[in-house]
Structure formats: C-alpha cells, structure tokens
Design a protein around this ligand. Structure first.
Ligand SMILES: Cc1cc2nc3c(=O)[nH]c(=O)nc-3n(C[C@H](O)[C@H](O)[C@H](O)COP(=O)(O)O)c2cc1C
Length: 401
C-alpha cells in the first residue's frame, strides 16, 4: 500500500506507479495546436518514469484561454494530441488532459473574446470589464467541458483533469468573493458549487468509464473573502457523493489574487515584471509586492490542509505541492493519499523518478526559485536546465497567464 512504485488503479485505468506529473502550462502551442516541441516535452517526462503526465492547458473554448497561444479543444487539435498521447504511451506512461475555462484569468485582449467572471468585475489583464454569463451560457459552458472530454478521448488520452482551482472559471464560481450572483449559481455554498458538480457529472457522462476523470480543486483561495478550507471540504464532499470523479488533486491559491500560495518559495518579481503584458506590467510595478506574497518554501507545504480532506473523504486523493523526494512520497502514501503529483521538480529533472528509484536518497535539484513561473510566456522551462532557449510565443504585450 505504501509502495510508491507499485501499480495502482485510478478509476477505470491502471497506472504503473503513484507519481503524476502535475499540469505546468508548457507554452509550446504558438498556433493553439500541438507542436513537436510539446510532444517532445511529454515524451521526456514519460520516459523519466512517472505514471501519468498532465497536458496543460486544454481550454474548453477560445475565450477560456489565458492567452490566444494556448490550445483549445476542437477537432483540428485532435491529430496533434493523438501524436502526443502515442508518444507518451510508447514510454509506458499514461496521459491526462487538463481541461477547463480560465474565466477571470483569461486575457481578453489576447483572446479577442471577453473574459468571463461569475459577477461584474474589471479584468486587470485585459484592462476591460469581464462578461457575466447568464444561465443559458452557463449550460453551454458545461456542454463545452463534456465536448472537450470527448475530444480528449478521441485523441487517445487516458484521463481528463478538470480545473476547479486557482480562481479559473469554476473556482471563481466557488469563491464567495468573486461570485456575488443571485441566481441558481450564486449565493449559498450549494449554489456556488453547482457549476463544479454539473461539469463533473457532464464530463463523466461524456466519457463513461473509458477514461479516468479527476479534478484539481482549491482547498482554499488564500484571499480574504475567498473560498476557505471548511467550505471546500463541503464542496469536496458533494463531489464525492455525486460519484463522477475518480480522484481529487488538492491545490490552493489564486492565479488572479494570490499566486504564491500555489507555489511557496521565492517570488520572481523582477522576472515577472519583464514579461507581463503592458497594462498588467504597470499594475505589477505598483502592486507586485502585495500580489506576490511571501510563503517560505517547505517540503509538502499543502500537506496540513490536505490531511483535513483525507480525514473527511473516502475517495482517492492526490497530494500536490512541494513534493520532491521519496521520503515525502512515502509519507503521503502512509497518510492515505493514493497518488502524489509533482510540477517544478520534474521541470527541473524530468527523470527524477528514475533517479529516486535507483537511489532512495536522491534529492531534487529544484531550488524553488520559481523562475520557471514567468517562462510560461516564452516557453515553459527550468532556467537552470541546459535547454533553456526562450522562444517568444507572441508579442510581449499580448501573452499572459
Ligand atoms: C511553470 C508552471 C506552470 C503551471 N501551469 C499550471 C497549469 O497550467 N494548470 C495548473 O493547474 N497548474 C499549473 N501550475 C501549478 C502546478 O500544477 C502545481 O500546482 C504547483 O507547481 C505546485 O506543485 P510543485 O510544488 O510540485 O511544483 C503551474 C506551475 C508552474 C511552475
């Protein structure tokens, strides 16, 4: 049970071990389609030993992208994604598509489509007001998630991970701060959770038991008035009762309001200021310190919050956040987590798991400087890896997260 390297089931699929590559938007889709560079990225991660690699970001609609160089799920994208899943499978790993809608984190100026938010608010990224979807548009968004999952199946994915975190669209609906609606999708916790539950159920109906379906859920937003741990526990309990998900991956923070809670470690202020699109750059110069808060890095920094979810839920859980070595992975298994997910440590060393397998004392070379964060605008990478060629994916005033 505690063996990190033992095969394990994730809903209907069998994984070769319990380690998952977490979504790290790769910045390798300049035309919103798969490139050989993106295929090579995931082939390398798969060859490095993880069980499941997560392809990010697969938006469910063009306006659901954080910028227009991101992939969105449409029939033209399937052939490229098929090449990617074939490459991952050839290495003995499985592939998951992270699907979702960026909502208030979308860059309307770049997408040339208004960003969506549960209630009226101004977009600091697009420098314009966001649009508030009515109930019939919300139904279309639910359908778009189901359609994206169907396309992921057609492209050979083994799993889909639905994005319910980081104040992307669904997470912004969960937030009492961002969701001030008075219709069936706002107000009480039950109504704010409705969108998440409808999407999970629709995605499951779309793929049946042919694919695993997971969701990445915020345990808390880390923002005054935002989603808190007790409310998120309630949302998780509803999702568990609905039975549509095979596992929850537990995260925290807000790309919009408190990104450092996601990461902990150094705040790369100077590097961010250089690459942000113009209007956001000016705002960042004024408020960067308040935006990128200080959270000293420590191993498994989300474990304490996640333990509360483990206590209250019986469904499989994926521990995420600052996992870099075998000891931490074993702790996670011993505490009842079914899988662990790693982001930055695998950007630094895609073959880390192989190294850990051959030497249990292996330590990650990732120093949590977080300089990989701003590279999402220029081709996501660890700046300390030999292959650190930036490849601008768009004019600097248009790309954003
Ligand atoms: C460069 C970069 C890009 C990321 N992009 C995404 C993304 O597209 N979707 C997502 O849910 N999380 C994204 N994340 C967050 C990671 O999935 C993960 O939650 C976070 O890095 C904490 O895990 P770690 O300590 O193992 O890195 C990104 C992280 C990094 C460093």
């Amino acid at each position: 049970m505690n063996d990190v390297f033992a095969p394990a089931t994730l809903g209907p699929i069998m994984l070769r071990n319990r380690v998952i590559k977490a979504a790290t938007f790769e910045g390798r889709t300049p035309d919103a389609l798969v490139t050989d560079d993106l295929v090579a990225f995931h082939r390398e991660v798969a060859a490095g030993g993880v069980a499941l690699t997560t392809v990010a970001y697969c938006a469910v609609a063009p306006g659901g992208r954080t910028d227009r160089h991101q992939l969105w799920m449409r029939p033209e994208a399937v052939a490229g994604l098929r090449k990617l899943t074939d490459a991952v499978h050839a290495q003995g790993a499985a592939a998951s598509a992270q699907i979702g809608h960026a909502g208030p984190v979308a860059n309307a100026a770049s997408n040339r489509v208004p960003a969506l938010a549960p209630s009226r608010m101004f977009s600091p990224l697009g420098m314009r007001p966001m649009r508030v979807p009515d109930e019939s548009e919300i139904r279309q968004l639910v359908t778009a998630h189901a359609e994206a999952a169907r396309l992921a199946e057609a492209a050979g994915f083994d799993a889909v991970e639905i994005h319910f975190g980081h104040n992307y669209l669904v997470s912004s609906f969960l937030s009492p701060l961002l969701n001030r609606r008075t219709d069936g999708y706002g107000g009480s916790a039950a109504r704010r959770a409705r969108l998440a539950r409808e999407i999970a159920t629709a995605v499951r109906a779309a793929v049946g038991d042919r694919l695993a379906v997971t969701a990445k859920l915020n345990m808390e937003d880390g923002v005054r008035g935002g989603l808190t741990v007790p409310e998120s526990l309630q949302v998780a309990a509803w999702l568990e009762a609905d039975g549509a998900l095979d596992a929850l991956e537990l995260t925290a923070g807000s790309s919009l309001l408190n990104p450092m809670l996601l990461f902990h470690g150094d705040a790369p202020r100077r590097e961010f200021a250089k690459v942000l699109p113009a209007p956001a750059r000016w705002g960042f110069r004024l408020a960067g310190r308040a935006f990128l808060k200080e959270y000293p890095y420590r191993e498994a920094y989300l474990l304490e919050r996640a333990r509360q979810f483990r206590r209250e839920l019986s469904m499989p859980l994926i521990l995420l956040g600052g996992i870099t070595n075998l000891e931490t992975m074993r702790t996670a298994m011993a505490e009842g987590f079914d899988f662990v997910a790693m982001g930055r440590a695998l950007l630094r060393e895609p073959n880390l798991l192989h190294r850990i397998r051959s030497d249990a004392n292996t330590r990650s070379a990732c120093i949590h400087c977080n300089e990989c964060m701003p590279t999402i605008y220029t081709r996501t990478r660890c700046v300390y890896r030999p292959d650190r060629t930036p490849q601008p994916i768009g004019p600097p005033d248009e790309g954003t997260d």
